[in-house]
Write a protein that binds this ligand. Structure first.
Ligand code: PMP
Length: 390
């Protein structure tokens, strides 16, 4: 953890008299990172005042959208996967290698940015029902984008399967320079290791080890597993809670040990698609990254689209924070858990969750729906929000 850098960066804003400032200057006091990597990690942790007050205990959020390469926690993951592949000799800069990935957006954006900086090309396969802001940005970042119809994981043209195939086609083609590397964020354990080695330790250092609950949704499961693996050995009493959007199967998996407790017909339908306007979290299978920390997850909270939209509006109106859908889901679950802790008499409890990306990534989809929820001033109480159905 480079926490020292973090606090020093803050001190830049404290006025100091020139004499004493000069006195502290020496080669070691320089804080200069090289390139885009210097923008990844060491994100701020802030307290949400209005939500903490409404819930009755502290709710803190790790501002992962402030990672400065692709503006999401996936910056950490992209860097980790690329570093790991370079160590294994699977990727060699400036050889003509291309990184292939199946992603709903965030990971692709982080990979595309880090690829440019490291001398690789990026080829991104994504479902065509995702917000177009993300595919537009990918193209501007110089990635090749292949958008495909949403399909089940057993379909060979499903976006993840397609990325794997495209990587193999590249490597097998003697006329193409370099190799194809399939990053595989769902199964590549360099994903959760990024969070175990950076996000988790940062949260521990920033809170001085004082937190009672960590709440997060799962897209690949990298965040929740990695943070749980980092923090549980240090804080055995701390609870890890999954925030799960409607239509995702993970809630049932954590609560009851099975993905589908509903009818077989409904189960089959749901296995193909998470039925929610929330992008980035919610899945209907156990990935290797989710499995890595699944045994450390204590409970799950289901969050409806309506609740997520109300939270997104709340965060704008009362905190000035314009966040994406998965961040809103995380905050609903965090507020719900905080409420529960207070009911149990734990008024000094501290709940930590994650703000994953900005609302600007979701203007054409989630925010189109959420824009008017709650009227001009988002006039509703936390209790009304927590009770809101689909
Ligand atoms: N929020 C957004 C916007 C995402 O794209 C993702 C990852 N797909 C997540 C949250 C979830 O993170 P993880 O993959 O670590 O479970």
């Amino acid at each position: 953890v480079r926490l020292e850098d973090h606090t020093r960066r803050k001190s830049l804003y404290v006025p100091v008299d020139e004499q004493s400032a000069r006195g502290t200057l020496n080669a070691e006091s320089e804080v200069i990172a090289t390139g885009i990597e210097g923008l990844i990690g060491d994100t701020p942790l802030i307290k949400l005042k209005s939500l903490s007050e409404a819930a009755g205990c502290e709710i803190l959020v790790k501002c992962e959208y402030l990672n400065g390469a692709g503006n999401s926690p996936k910056d950490r993951v992209a860097l980790s996967m690329i570093n790991h592949a370079e160590e294994e000799g699977l990727l060699v800069p400036d050889r003509g290698d291309t990184i292939y990935e199946g992603t709903v957006g965030s990971t692709g954006i982080s990979l595309a940015a880090v690829c440019r900086a490291r001398g690789y090309k990026a080829y991104i396969c994504m479902p065509n029902d995702q917000a177009t802001e993300k595919s537009d940005l990918l193209l501007k970042l110089g990635a090749t984008v292949e958008r495909v119809r949403p399909a089940s994981i057993v379909d060979q043209d499903q976006f993840v399967n397609l990325a794997r195939r495209r990587a193999r086609e590249h490597t097998d083609d003697p006329d193409r320079p370099g190799r194809g590397f399939f990053a595989d964020q769902f199964e590549n354990t360099a994903n959760y290791l990024a969070h175990q080695n950076s996000t988790g330790p940062e949260i521990y250092a920033q809170t001085n080890g004082r937190l009672d609950v960590f709440v997060a949704g799962a897209g690949t499961g990298g965040t929740i597993s990695g943070v749980a693996l980092a923090l549980k050995p240090l804080l055995p009493e701390m609870k890890v809670i999954l925030a799960d959007p409607q239509g995702s199967g993970l809630y049932n998996k954590i609560k009851y040990g099975v993905m589908f407790s509903s009818t077989e017909a409904e189960g089959t339908r749901r296995r193909h698609q998470v039925d929610s306007i929330v992008e980035g979290i919610g899945i209907n299978r156990v990935t290797r990254n989710f499995e890595a920390g699944m045994h450390l997850i204590d409970d799950a909270v289901k969050v409806t689209d309506q609740q997520a939209m109300m939270m997104a509006r709340w965060l704008v109106e009362k905190e000035g924070l314009f966040v994406g859908a998965s961040s809103a889901v995380n905050c609903v679950a965090a507020a719900s858990v905080a409420r529960q802790m207070v009911k149990e008499g734990k008024r000094d409890a501290r709940v930590v969750t994650v703000l994953c990306d900005s609302g600007t990534r979701h203007l054409s989809k989630f925010w189109k729906e959420a824009g008017d929820v709650g009227g001009a001033d988002a006039e509703f109480t936390l209790d009304e929000m927590l009770k809101a159905e689909k």
